[in-house]
Design a protein around this ligand. Structure first.
Ligand SMILES: Nc1ncnc2c1ncn2[C@@H]1O[C@H](COP(=O)(O)OP(=O)(O)OP(=O)(O)O)[C@@H](O)[C@H]1O
Length: 292
C-alpha cells in the first residue's frame, strides 16, 4: 500500500461503529485496474440495518469500493483487490485464493471447484446484491425479473414463488403499480419503476447487503423521492450501501457517510456529524460545495 501523502494524513478522521454491529467490512483495501491503483488502504465499516453513503469527487474510488464488496470486478480481466473484506467475519478475498487453489488442483476452472469453495462467487453475490446506476431490467416479464435470482438458487413451488415476487415488489414499493400487469415486460415500465423493479429483483433473494451505485442519477425528482422512501423502509430488513453524488440525498437517507478522496477514505462519521461538523478541511470544502 502506498502511504498517504503527509498533507492528507492530517485530515483523516474515522469514527467507526462497533465491529460486532457490522454486516460487511473492508479493511486496508487496495484495488488495482491493471497496474493503476485506485484504492489505497481503504477501511469501510458497514453497520447492519443502516444506510451507509459514500460521497466524494468524481474518480475518488466510490464505485470501485462498492464493486469490490461483492467482487463483481472478478468479471473483468486484470482487476484485483488486496486486503480484507469481511462478511460476517468471513474473508471474502481470502476465499478467492482458496477458490483459485481448488481450481489449480482440479486442473482448470470447472464449476465443481466453485461449489467446494467456502464462499462461491455466485453465493457471495446472492448475499451482497447490487443495483446499478442505470435501471437494468432483464428483457422479460416483471414477474420473471423478480423471480430470476431466486430460480438460480432455490427450487420453489409456483405458489411460493408468487408469494416471494409479491413480497419483493411490495417491499420495493412497486406492487400497487404493477400487480395487474405482472406478466408484461419489465422494459415497459418508467425509469423510476424500472429502478424499483431492480431493487425488488435484488431483495427477492434476501441478501444481507444491498449495494446501490448512484441509483437515482437517471431519475426525475418524484421517482428519486420514491426510491429514497423505499430505501429507508428497506433498512429495517437489509443493510444498504449507496454511492451518491447528491449530498442532500446522503444527508436525507443515510446513517453513516464516508467521504473519499484520491482513493482514500478521508472521513467516516455518523451522517449528521459529518455534515454538521466535518473534521477535515477537504471534507468541509466538499460538503459545502467548494469543490467536487
Ligand atoms: N475500468 C477501469 N480501468 C482503469 N481505471 C479505472 C477503471 N474504472 C475506474 N478507473 C479509475 O479508478 C479511479 C476510481 O474510479 P471510480 O469509478 O471508482 O470513481 P468514482 O468515485 O466512483 O467516480 P464517479 O463519481 O465519477 O463515478 C479513477 O481514477 C478511474 O479513472
Amino acid at each position: 500500500m502506498t502511504d498517504l501523502p503527509s498533507h492528507l494524513s492530517e485530515e483523516v478522521h474515522l469514527a467507526f461503529p462497533s465491529r460486532d454491529a457490522l454486516a460487511i467490512e473492508a479493511r486496508k483495501l487496495d484495488f488495482f485496474y491493471g497496474r493503476t491503483q485506485a484504492l489505497y488502504g481503504v477501511d469501510l465499516p458497514v453497520e447492519r440495518h443502516k444506510i451507509t453513503a459514500l460521497i466524494g469527487p468524481s474518480g475518488c474510488g466510490k464505485s470501485t469500493l462498492l464493486r469490490a464488496l461483492n467482487r463483481i470486478y472478478d468479471l473483468y480481466p486484470r482487476q484485483h483487490a488486496v486486503g480484507r473484506i469481511l462478511l460476517d467475519g468471513h474473508d471474502v478475498l481470502a476465499d478467492r485464493k482458496s477458490l483459485q487453489r481448488l481450481r489449480d488442483r482440479d486442473g482448470g476452472g470447472d464449476d465443481t471447484a466453485m461449489v467446494r469453495s467456502p464462499v462461491d462467487v455466485a453465493g457471495l453475490r446472492a448475499r451482497v446484491g447490487m443495483v446499478f446506476q442505470k435501471p437494468t431490467p432483464f428483457p422479460m416479464s416483471i414477474y420473471d425479473n423478480v423471480a430470476f435470482g431466486v430460480r438460480l438458487y432455490q427450487r420453489k413451488s409456483r405458489a411460493e414463488m408468487d408469494q416471494i415476487v409479491e413480497t419483493a415488489l411490495r417491499r420495493a414499493a412497486l406492487w400497487d403499480e404493477v400487480k395487474d400487469k405482472l406478466h408484461s415486460s419489465g422494459l415497459g415500465l418508467s425509469g423510476g419503476q424500472q429502478q424499483r423493479l431492480c431493487v425488488a429483483r435484488g431483495i427477492a433473494v434476501e441478501p444481507d447487503v444491498l449495494l446501490l451505485d448512484e441509483p437515482a442519477s437517471a431519475l426525475d425528482p418524484v421517482s428519486t423521492a420514491k426510491l429514497e422512501e423505499t430505501l429507508i423502509e428497506l433498512r429495517q430488513d437489509f443493510t444498504i450501501v449507496i454511492v451518491t453524488h447528491n449530498l442532500q440525498q446522503a444527508a436525507r437517507i443515510s446513517n453513516y457517510t464516508g467521504f473519499m478522496y484520491l482513493g482514500r477514505m478521508m472521513e467516516f462519521q455518523p451522517t449528521e456529524e459529518l455534515f454538521a461538523n466535518p473534521r477535515g478541511q477537504r471534507t468541509r470544502d466538499y460538503v459545502t460545495g467548494r469543490f467536487g
